[in-house]
Design a protein around this ligand. Structure first.
Ligand code: FAD
Length: 550
């Protein structure tokens, strides 16, 4: 080896610095090897929300939760396939037991975190589901505190200094939204006066983690891609990196952790595992090309759940570049439905983004539905924005062909190439449900989470409103993603497993390099970043204690 550390981490994603902090707290040396020029991965780019059930903030706020409840919840959302290789009962239980410990550990390390007061679990009506939610995010962070590392932290896509709780409150409308906007406005004035660049979301989370990891003495290197994992006598002992144009062997005496993201940005792997989907539909950072999953496969690791993604419904207007417009709650509002290319309604428009995108892909197998059409009427455009556009801007975008418009449903169907009879029948049937306040076909608005995404002031259901006032508008909606969700099979200690179920000694994996312990569904906001942190922490504990859980 050219260099040796106790532990080597491949990629600077969510779990990387949680692992580094744990090992440094035990006096072990750690190197984090990041291939891009920026630290933090898609985690830094993201909302940075973590799903941590049974956490201390819930207790402080008097919200009842327990490991039993969280286990019941994960059991319930995985009930149609309870033994997925990545989401075995043992893995799920390990996650539930370790998640609150990870949180306590991070807080003890000085990471400032907070609970988002209200963000319902996505299946809050399932056994163990929690209406208030179990989501955690970082406090806003002044990136000047990072000194020269400030320029090396990947930015988030959230451009305002608002906590994720405030972002959610603004989306909800009404007085609470105005109060949240006022708080954000005052903060922007404060930032101008003090020149303190406060950042939020994943950038705040990973910025805080970077600051703590550097302080703790972790060695963090950018522009250092790993190209090979070294195996000796069946054990992972290090990696080969390219550093300053030269290959270098770096040893990890206690092991190697893969936290190298998924494969959203590899068209080759998409064609293999997610056929019919495109790299351009993904919102993740460009380094998410899956080569460490391929490398682990080469050395005997097994993969599972490779057709799963963390979906994110998007529009693809002409000229859309890095971040595509997200249509996350647009279809969840009243006066909106989604129909396939023939004009037929086929799913619950207010379900989680994973269910929404899986719904489009499933429908496409029987009737063309990628893309589908999100259809709204003028009651909708009078009250809400569509793809963040309202009024004149919306009309201008009709001119650019982003939105289709028709004075009648027949005219809209003609503009979109749909069957007018089918579209009218879909709308008439939905209008009947909207008047009664209950969607008998797909149960749009069937739980608190779905209604919360709707219009809370709308009656009789926050999710259901008729489509009857022209002109009507439609926009094409695609099953984009914010992550792949399948990958290496790991056990309850985050060890990478072979096809026969035996671990590759010394090799661990976390985040979306793995088959998710959440299964195929997103339990709630933070179902990706939370587990990435938790399994990074679990892997580090296992490696440090040579098999004995701390
Ligand atoms: C806009 C947006 C918002 C989102 N919001 C949330 C949210 O709030 N909560 C949530 O749970 N999920 C969210 N997601 C999804 C979530 O961000 C990702 O699923 C998650 O961050 C993946 O984390 P990770 O730890 O697996 O890897 P990543 O954070 O992606 O990090 C992997 C790192 O490994 C590096 N790498 C790859 N290959 C190599 C190599 N060969 N050598 C060295 N380094 C390598 C990559 O460059 C990258 O930096 C969001 C995603 C987006 C795009």
């Amino acid at each position: 080896m050219d260099e040796t550390f106790d532990f080597v981490v491949i990629g600077s994603g969510g779990g990387s610095m949680a692992a580094a902090l744990l090992l440094r707290s035990l006096g072990k040396s750690v190197v984090i090897l990041e291939k891009t020029d920026l630290v933090g991965g898609t985690t830094a780019r993201s909302g940075g929300v973590m799903w941590i059930p049974n956490n201390r903030f819930l207790k402080q706020d008097g919200v009842e939760d327990s490991a039993e409840k969280a286990n019941a919840y994960l059991d319930a959302i995985n009930s149609d396939d309870p033994n997925l290789p990545g989401a075995t009962p043992a893995r799920r239980r390990s996650f539930v037991s370790e998640a609150p410990k990870l949180l306590d550990f991070l807080i003890a390390q000085g990471i400032k975190l907070q609970r988002i007061k209200y963000w319902p679990d996505y299946y809050d009506d399932a056994p163990g589901g929690l209406e208030a939610g179990r989501t955690i995010c970082a406090d806003l962070f002044d990136i000047n505190e990072l000194g020269e590392w400030k320029e090396k932290l990947r930015p988030t896509v959230i451009p305002v200094p608002a906590t994720m709780g405030e972002v959610m409150r603004v989306g909800g409308g009404g007085l609470d939204a105005k109060l949240a906007m006022a708080a954000i406005g005052l903060r922007m004035i404060y930032m101008k006066l003090t020149k303190a660049p406060l950042v939020t979301g994943g950038q705040a989370l990973q910025g805080r983690m970077l600051q703590a990891s550097l302080k703790a003495g972790a060695d963090i290197r950018v522009n250092t891609p790993v190209k090979e994992i070294l195996i000796e006598n069946g054990r992972a002992v290090g990696v080969v990196v390219t550093q300053d144009g030269k290959d270098k062997r770096i040893g990890g005496a206690l092991g190697v952790l893969i936290n190298a993201g998924g494969f959203s940005k590899s068209q080759k792997l998409r064609d293999q595992y997610l056929p019919g989907t495109k790299v351009e539909w993904s919102q993740v950072q460009p380094g998410d090309t899956g080569e460490m999953i391929e490398e682990a496969l080469r050395i005997g690791g097994a993969v599972a759940q490779m057709d799963a993604t963390v979906g994110s419904q998007i529009a693809l207007p002409p000229g859309a570049t890095d971040m595509k417009p997200m249509l996350q709650s647009d279809a969840a509002k009243p006066h909106a439905i989604v129909v396939d290319q023939s004009g037929e309604r086929f799913m619950n428009e207010a379900g989680s983004y994973v269910d929404f995108c899986d719904g489009l892909k499933a429908r496409d197998k029987v009737s063309p539905a990628v893309p589908s059409w999100l259809v709204v009427d003028s009651q909708y455009t009078g009250k809400y924005s569509l793809m963040n556009q309202k009024g004149e801007k919306l009309e201008a975008m009709v001119g650019f062909g982003v939105f289709k418009k028709g004075e009648t449903l027949e005219a809209l169907a003609a503009a979109c190439g749909m069957d007018a009879g089918k579209l009218k029948a879909s709308v008439e049937r939905f209008n009947g449900f909207a008047r009664r306040g209950k969607d008998d076909d797909f149960n749009k608005g069937g739980n608190v989470y779905q209604r919360w995404q709707g219009d809370r002031a709308h009656q009789p259901s926050p999710s259901l409103g008729t489509l009857e006032q022209g002109p009507f508008y439609a926009v094409q909606v695609y099953p984009g993603d914010v992550s792949t969700y399948g990958g290496l099979v790991t056990d309850e200690y985050a060890r990478v497993l072979k096809a026969d179920g035996a671990p590759i000694e010394g090799l661990y994996a976390t985040g979306v390099s793995t088959a998710s312990a959440m299964g195929r569904r997103e339990p709630a906001a933070g179902g990706s970043v939370g587990p990435s942190f938790v399994w990074g922490y679990v892997a580090a504990k296992h490696a440090a204690h040579a098999g004995n859980q701390a």
